[in-house]
Design a protein around this ligand. Structure first.
Ligand SMILES: NC(=O)c1ccc[n+]([C@@H]2O[C@H](COP(=O)([O-])OP(=O)(O)OC[C@H]3O[C@@H](n4cnc5c(N)ncnc54)[C@H](O)[C@@H]3O)[C@@H](O)[C@H]2O)c1
Length: 470
């Protein structure tokens, strides 16, 4: 029996039986002050780019968790993952995988952390759920609404525990803000402003080298969004993929495109073939917090209209540089006494980054950079006093820790899969509305765009053969 197989067998049994799961109380686990190897949650990490290491660092610090495997399509990233894990444990036990199917086929792995680019989320997550792995999965839930629905179905069918990487919910300022709103301290909420970044950000630092390649051209090109297919600049940008990266598989289910370094690692976000631009990169953060404060974790907008400014179609970085999305949450759907309007904007001078709820009696604004409110007493508080907390929102001191606790207790995490799905719907619909150029009507219960077959088609995307959902 391997060191982790007892954990896996125990957990697998609990997953199969809801009744048995209930017996495994959090306190029972907590009683084991030093967690034996056989009682640790065994974790595989899939995707070691920007977010994979951040998440894994926290998992490596937890006594009751053992990272046993890593997977990446880039050999250098994979080696870095394995080295990091082995250095932490002082052994050579972390197994390396190129193909996530092989990692997921291991029965002794209880849970996985998935931090691959958005165009891969659904394939990896549905397969992992069908393999009964508990999942810490990154935001946004997936690249399309249909993929998100598939993930939700797979997670529910297999009774897995899911935590989304919308970690702002585990920070005290966001919790305080959401509780103030939920407890009615600003009166009836009538309007919400969700401010997100605009433009593109060169996360990978690949833009300077790309632009340097273009200095020989007569035309001065200052931004990757100005590089258009078929032009001399484009031809200079294209290269062979580096030997360490399996680029064909990295593109995976998306349309095959020529390799251009500046839109692969980290910067895949700025290409609609693989990501969703700033809107979809951030909707699972500030949009998620907006929903939390409103109590809209299981509902959505009935009307969505998006306007955006885009680079030329097919440009190297082609996602919207500015966008403005208006969402209408109807009282008949939400149960509120009046409709709520939510504006999601990137590049609007009028809307600050973060989430601002505006009610009949005041307002609250929260962002990673701070907190402000119409009532300065709320600003001074660390948390809402207990006598004002008629509605107590879920508390989590650390987002990855919360996932592990829930893997043991079999209770929902602070951001389960359904929450991630609903939090990102306004972003998906806003993007589709921008693409078709008109307002959309959304059936919240049936999760369908009404009377617009072109927009409906954009709820899903075709996959490049042989890729398909598990
Ligand atoms: N929660 C947050 O604050 C936060 C922050 C950054 C990124 N993210 C999310 O994390 C995810 C990853 O983003 P990133 O910025 O780390 O991207 P990245 O490009 O830096 O890293 C992704 C890694 O996944 C690997 N990969 C791609 N396809 C794979 C596959 N099929 N199998 C195995 N490995 C594969 C890549 O080679 C790369 O090493 C995205 O969904 C992103 O939205 C979340």
């Amino acid at each position: 029996m391997s060191s982790s197989s007892f954990t896996s067998v125990s957990r697998r049994d609990f997953v199969k039986s809801a009744a048995a799961a209930a017996l495994l109380s959090r306190s029972a686990w907590a009683r084991a002050s030093r967690v034996s190897a056989s009682n640790r949650i065994t974790l595989g990490v899939i995707g070691w780019g920007m977010m994979g290491p951040s998440n894994t660092k926290v998992f490596l610090e937890q006594d009751d968790c053992q990272v046993v495997a890593a997977c990446d399509l880039d050999k250098n990233h994979l080696q870095a993952a394995v080295d990091t894990v082995n250095a932490r444990y002082g052994n050579q036990d972390c197994k390396a995988y190129h193909d996530y199917h092989e990692l997921l086929a291991r029965d002794d792995i209880d849970a996985v952390m998935i931090a691959v680019p958005d165009h891969w989320h659904a394939l990896v997550a549905t397969e992992a759920a069908n393999r009964k792995k508990d999942i810490y999965g990154e935001k946004p839930l997936a690249r399309t609404i249909a993929e998100q629905q598939a993930i939700v179905r797979a997670a529910q069918k297999n009774s897995i525990i899911w935590q989304t990487g919308s970690w702002q919910r585990s920070l005290p300022t966001f919790h305080k803000a959401a509780e103030i709103v939920r407890n009615g301290l600003i009166g009836n909420v009538v309007r919400v402003e969700v401010g997100l970044p605009a433009g593109h950000h060169d996360f990978a630092g690949t833009e300077p080298a790309l632009l340097a390649k273009l200095t020989t051209l007569p035309e001065k090109i200052t931004d990757p969004s100005l590089i258009i297919p078929g032009t001399p600049a484009w031809n200079l940008a294209v290269s062979d993929p580096p030997p360490e990266l399996d680029y064909d598989r990295w593109i995976g289910p998306s349309k095959m495109e020529q390799y251009i370094e500046a839109r692969v690692h980290k910067n895949w976000r700025w290409n609609y073939n693989t990501g969703g631009g700033q809107l979809m990169d951030w909707i699972g953060h500030h949009g998620d917090i907006a929903h939390w404060g409103l109590g809209f974790d299981n509902t959505g907008p009935s009307e969505v209209e998006g306007l955006g400014e885009f680079p030329a179609p097919g440009a190297l970085w082609n996602t919207a540089t500015k966008y403005h999305v208006e969402c209408l949450y109807r009282k008949e759907v939400t149960g509120y006494s009046s409709d709520v309007k939510m504006t999601i904007a990137g590049g609007s001078g009028a809307i600050n980054m973060g989430t601002k709820w505006i009610g009949t009696d005041g307002w609250v604004w929260v962002d990673r950079s701070g907190f402000d409110a119409s009532n300065q007493e709320w600003v001074k508080m660390d948390a809402l006093p207990d006598d004002l907390r008629k509605i107590k929102l879920y508390e989590s001191a650390e987002h990855r820790r919360n996932f592990l606790d829930c893997v043991k207790s079999r209770k929902p995490t602070i951001t389960p899969v359904e929450v991630a799905h609903h939090s990102t719907i306004p972003g998906h619909l806003g993007l589709i509305s921008m693409m078709v150029g008109r307002k959309l009507r959304w059936d919240v219960q049936e999760e369908k765009i009404l009377d617009d077959s072109t927009a409906c088609d954009l709820m899903t995307r075709s996959y490049r053969a042989p890729y398909q959902l598990a």
